[in-house]
Design a protein. Sequence first.
Length: 422
Amino acid sequence: MNNKIAIIGLGYVGLPLAVEFAKKYKVVGFDINQSRVDALNGGHDATLEVSDDNLKAVLKQGDVGLELSTNAESISDCNIYIVTVPTPVDINNRPILIPLIKSSETIGKLLKKGDIVIYESTVYPGVTEDVCVPVLEGESGLKFNVDFFCGYSPERINPGDKQHTVANILKVTSGSTPDIGQKVNNLYASIITAGTHLAPTIKVAEAAKVIENAQRDINIAFVNELAKIFNKLNIDTHAVLDAAGTKWNFLKFKPGLVGGHCIGVDPFYLAQKAQEVGYHPEIILAGRRVNDSMGEYVATEVLKLMVTNDITIRKAKVLMLGITFKENCPDIRNTKAIDVYHSLMDFKMDVDVYDPWADSKEVKEEYSIDIINDLSGKYDAIIHVVAHDKFLELNLSDMKSTKGIVYDVKGTLDTTQIDKRL
């Protein structure tokens, strides 16, 4: 079968995948965001996950290559549909499946006999077959596992990581029948140099993905709790972790803010499904509570340090270094840096935010914050929130007021430049 692949959703997950497939197949990338598609057709990825050169190299017509469009008709002649849309949570941390359902409706209207629909979006076990398949059947009039088939291959994109890219991360695959599972596996194996792992069922693959980030969330919650304990004992948490890390099987997690579209979200998907079947997940939700409390905790620790240095809190000049959810990446989705900002503002401080990675327009639209470009002022408190490499070049001593303090959330700054770290 000559595969023509449609990638639905051209964000941090979809675009790198589309570019990789386009090196060997004819690929159509579909997204409802016209400005995003226009920018990509111009050869630039604002997420910086794909370089301009790599993007332009596949933007060509012929037997292989990438076409980008907001017109659903452009994917009507594809026989492989891969869905990479976001799966966020609402204000009450309940899963939002609307983008997944809307994508399934779009595909369902175009579905033909023999087509395969593969989902990559993070979900709880059962979503593909119990939520998406009925939509596909209803829109197409076709029968699942007779006329069309499905697969699930969870994304493992790590934003900002130029070492662990799509082709370099082992890929879990699955299919709705054993034969389709093998076809899905072979498809991904043709572009994934790190190899693939064929799971026995779609539900197993869905569960594998959602526990990856839940596990990481719980481990970080543990060291965040340790940081709170050791702070009360006046012990340097990072020094403790360095010492414990000398044992071969110690897991080297560090304390910090846990945001983003994966670790800070995925555990809620698993918790939701667990509660639906009558089980209350104690550890998963406890980890979420600990990690979600860290923004306010950091702000309170900064406040204590300022009071100790006899700094007037009201209208104090504070500089936050970083607003993105992680280092060396422009992604501001579900960033917990915003929790630090709001907590500082609650104390009536004058807070500046500096982040050379973040898009100022996007930050303004999403959080109503005007990020600064000039670091010529003096600050009563400087908080190292995100560990961008560029921040290591700053001389923080010259940026402090006479009594000013530096608090290092990430624990990556030279200890001679800081007053305290998380």
